[in-house]
Ligand binder design. Sequence first.
Ligand code: ZN
Length: 280
Amino acid sequence: MTVENILTVDLEDWFHICGVDDVLPQSKWPQLESRVEANTLKILRVLRSFDVRATFFVLGFIAERHSGLIEHILRDGHEIASHGYAHRRVYEMTPKQFQTDLERSVDIITGITGESVRGFRAPEWSIRDDSLWALDILAQQGFDYDSSMAPLPIIGNPRYAKNPHEISLDDGSLWEIPPLVGTTPLVNLPLGGGWGLRFFPYALIRHIIRALNNAGQPALIFLHPREFDSHRPSVPLSLVKRFVVNGGIASTGKRLKRLLSDFEFTTIAGFLKDRKNHCN
Ligand SMILES: [Zn+2]
């Protein structure tokens, strides 16, 4: 049986980058040129040509300003989930601030789609050991799944599970859907998105996805609209940040097409439906 992999997009603009408040503070966002519509349309065109559906984690700030784009994504059959409102790392917020930010995004999204929001992804995979309380808030708010815990050093924890799994909480349970990583004896590699997906050899990524699928597990890929834009405004970022955000973006479109040619993909909702059917 063919295993369907999971395709996701963090729907945000080019200036939604964690940790650069000195250069791109939230107060300046409304004055910056928005490029999210044109870049997202490029992704939607590719997905349509391969007849593939994805989960879009929509930032509330974007939904508020681009409701027509959200309607377009929904019309194309994709799943709409939440990426929070103001693109803040979860571990830099109090539980109360997190809940307020989450509810604000959900209110805006449901106001556009008329559908409940079932999934959440934190900016920069920022649910970690010091912000696990966020999972309880998500469960209390009726979410079915979270996709915010990376089994990676620095941004997450290499000990976190690498495959989708159900977490039991006081207020029910939540599925956790981690990004694709490659395991080496030294370090887990970030292959599922960002600079890792753009830089590591495609043959390595394909090999690891095949091995996962042979073991009956899906790979989760994540994309950002800004990765489809070689002409966005440049801002003075640190060398490391510039590499993480910009490095190799000319190859993203080609990588996506190769992945869609070589593998089957679905939304997270589609994956969970399939998993539950098999368990019953
Ligand atoms: Zn983001």
